[in-house]
Each structure stands twice: as structure tokens, then as C-alpha cells.
Design a protein around this ligand. Structure first.
Ligand code: ADP
Ligand code: MG
Length: 383
């Protein structure tokens, strides 16, 4: 945990507000494998990381609630009786959304003050958004002793993102952030929400995230488009989701839908299989083969599901050339953001130097690199 982050939030809180307060930390997440399978009710393999959002919160006697974003240097004041989304894209919609959706489940909330800050790259596929939603919903649940379970809380977070931010996200991000287990990834069935923490022996490897530092504008619309395509295919086969579709059934549609759509459906089916295979390999501690699956996964994301971009493809192609990188792929929605790389610890420094130089030379911009640990989920931080 980043104690400097906790300290900064505490100082800012104490400068702005008085009274007894609660500190919450909510992590971002990586996803080892299983990209774009979550909203298809499929399998994913995420893990909470040691970076996220720290949020301090207390009850308030004021006539409104005050929420301070240290990173954005902005303050939001909300009237709990009048919660409407803001028409422009802003962090405030995550906050308003969480409060509104939580109050639909349990209205026993009164005004509060809160300050938050993150140490996670924003909009880079590490789910700073779920970290933010979860930090607030968890904090409110604790503060007002609402008694909701973690499972209920993640659905509030998800609904906030659906209805107030306008992103039809699956449940994976919120789940991983909330339920993370140190040194484990969570094999998650997005249909049943059954999960199994699987230990990952990373003695010999580092997990390094390379942030391309690009975010192409079409990310959000493309995400919603993919969502529509997948649901259309499932619907045409009279299924609820692609999870229930077999390769044979998809094949029957091949001549009836565009090849682009067919490839997208096929990618999802193949990716689901890869997640199941990955669990098996991890249990055998076969990290080399896990790495190969990551490369295959990226290939599918790039050529079939078409959510990559030239910067991400470059980072993966270069990683593939380095024999100490056992596997790599893009993470998150796509069109920018990060790649995840499994790198031999002994060559970790070398990798960071090489990939930075190559990226700089190719695109005339810097990438940033983060080493992450697999960590526990959303929790109260004892002060
Ligand atoms: P990701 O979840 O991959 O990081 P999203 O686009 O889903 O990317 O969410 C990013 C959004 O979440 C930001 O644009 C901002 O509105 C909000 N957000 C995330 N982290 C912070 C933060 N530290 N402070 C304020 N807002 C944040
Ligand atoms: Mg997000």
C-alpha cells in the first residue's frame, strides 16, 4: 500500500473538514486474461493490484454533501434529494451515480464529506473507475452501517457506471477491485459470479504494465458497439449471451452476418476457452504456457475483436522479440492504455529500458511503466 497516498488524503481531509473519519482504500485491477468476455457472461481472470483510490469520509451536519477530488482539484457539492447526472464527461458522475444507486437500495444516508485521490493511471485499462466507485460505495456502507454485502455493493457500482456515466461495463472490474486476494488472481465466472482465487507463483517474474499513454477517442463508442454486436449474435441464436453459444452454433450464422461480426463472436468464444486453460496452467505453475496464452489473447483482440491500436500492437510485437518476456497482451477496453507483461525478474530493468527506448523512437512519445503486485480488495485502512 502506498502510505504517502493515504497520508496525502488524510492531510487534505483534515485541512478541509473536521470530525471522525474513515479511510478506505480500493484497488484498481489487472486482468490476466479474458478480455471483453465479461459482458458476454463469460470467464475472466482479474486481480486487484497495489494501486488504487484512497478515500476519507465522515458524516456532515451541512445541508449538502461535499466531495473533493485531489487529483482533479475540483469539489462537488451534492443535494442528496436531487441527484442528476451531469451532461459532460466528468468524475462527478461516478460519485453522483454511486450515491443515487446506493440510495435506491438503502436510503438511510445523510450528508457526508469526503476527499479522495488515486495513485493509479486514469483511463488506462486498470479500472480507476471501479476503484473510485467501490471506494465510495464501500465507505458509505461502512459510515452509515447500511449492512450491504460486498456483492450488493459491486452491483451498485456497476449500475452507477451504466446509468450515470453511460458505460455498459460488465461486473469484472468492480468484482476484482472489491474481492481481490493478495498474490492471487480471481478466476471469475461472470454468469454465476462464482469465483475462485488462484495462487500465482511470481517468484521468478514481475508483472509490468506498460502504459502507451495514448487514448484514442473511439474507445467508448467502440466498446458500446462491440457490446451490441455480441448481444445481437446471441439474440440471433436465441441465446441470452455468447456464453451459451457453441462454436458449432456460431458457425451456422457465418453466412448470415458480416465477417467482421463473425470474427468478434469467434474471438469471445476462443477467449473464454483460453481463460479456462489459463487456470489449469496456473495450477500446474506453468507460467511459460500462460505467457503463450497471453500472446494469443492479444492476437485475437487485435485482429478479430479489433480493439487494439498501433501503439499497443507495437508494444506487444517488441515484447515478443525479447526472450525474457514470457507473455504480453493489451489490457482493458482497448484503443490505448496499458499492456501487461510477464517478465523474468532477472531482466526486469533491461525490459523497462529497452521497451521505453523503442517506444520513444517509434512514436516520439514516452510510455510509463508500472510494476504491480497482486493485492487485497477494497478495505478500511486503520489509521
Ligand atoms: P479506467 O477505469 O480504465 O481507468 P475509465 O475511463 O473507465 O478508465 O475511468 C476513468 C475515469 O474515472 C476518469 O475520467 C475520472 O472521471 C474517473 N477517475 C478515475 N480516477 C480518478 C481520480 N483519481 N480522481 C478523479 N476521478 C477519477
Ligand atoms: Mg473503467
Amino acid at each position: 500500500m502506498n502510505y504517502e497516498l493515504i497520508h496525502t488524503v488524510k492531510e487534505k481531509f483534515q485541512a478541509e473538514f473536521e470530525g471522525e473519519a474513515l479511510m478506505v482504500f480500493s484497488p484498481g485491477r489487472i486482468n490476466l486474461i479474458g478480455e471483453h468476455t465479461d459482458y458476454n457472461n463469460g470467464f475472466v481472470f482479474p486481480a486487484a493490484i497495489d494501486k488504487g483510490i484512497a478515500l476519507m469520509i465522515s458524516k456532515s451536519e451541512n445541508a449538502h454533501s461535499t466531495i473533493v477530488s485531489v487529483d482533479m482539484k475540483e469539489t462537488l457539492e451534492v443535494d442528496l434529494k436531487n441527484l442528476n447526472r451531469i451532461e459532460a464527461p466528468t468524475w462527478k458522475n461516478y460519485i453522483i451515480g454511486v450515491i443515487a444507486e446506493l440510495m435506491k437500495v438503502n436510503p438511510n444516508i445523510t450528508n457526508f464529506n469526503c476527499v479522495f485521490k488515486g495513485d493509479i493511471p486514469v483511463g488506462s485499462g486498470l479500472s480507476s473507475s471501479a476503484a473510485l466507485e467501490n471506494s465510495l460505495v464501500f465507505g458509505l456502507n461502512e459510515l452509515f452501517q447500511l449492512g450491504l454485502s460486498k456483492m450488493e455493493l459491486i452491483h451498485v457500482s456497476q449500475k452507477a457506471e451504466h446509468n450515470y456515466v453511460g458505460v455498459k461495463c460488465g461486473i469484472m472490474d468492480q468484482f476484482a477491485s472489491m474481492f481481490g486476494v493478495e498474490d492471487h488472481a480471481l478466476f471469475l465466472d461472470c454468469e454465476s459470479l462464482q469465483s475462485e482465487p488462484v495462487f500465482i507463483d511470481l517468484n521468478a517474474y514481475d508483472i509490468l504494465l506498460v502504459n502507451s499513454n495514448v487514448k484514442h477517442a473511439l474507445a467508448e463508442s467502440a466498446y458500446n458497439e462491440r457490446y451490441e454486436v455480441c448481444h445481437k449474435i446471441a439474440h440471433q441464436l436465441n441465446k441470452l449471451s455468447l456464453r451459451d453459444v457453441t462454436f458449432e452454433e456460431l458457425e451456422t450464422l457465418k453466412s448470415k452476418i458480416s465477417n467482421a461480426d463473425y470474427q468478434k463472436g469467434l474471438y469471445v468464444l476462443e477467449e473464454n476457452d483460453r481463460v479456462v486453460e489459463c487456470k489449469k496452467l496456473l495450477k500446474q505453475n506453468d507460467i511459460e504456457q500462460v505467457g503463450q496464452l497471453l500472446y494469443l489473447s492479444h492476437h485475437g483482440q487485435s485482429t478479430m475483436y479489433q480493439v487494439s491500436c498501433k501503439e499497443l500492437d507495437f508494444l506487444i510485437e517488441e515484447a515478443k522479440q525479447m526472450n525474457y518476456v514470457v507473455g504480453a497482451r493489451m489490457v482493458g477496453g482497448g484503443f490505448g492504455g496499458c499492456t501487461i507483461n510477464l517478465v523474468l525478474k532477472s531482466n526486469s530493468e533491461e525490459f523497462q529500458k529497452s521497451i521505453s527506448n523503442l517506444y520513444q523512437r517509434k512514436f516520439d512519445r514516452t510510455c510509463s511503466i508500472h510494476k504491480v503486485k497482486l493485492s487485497d480488495g477494497t478495505r478500511v485502512v486503520k489509521m
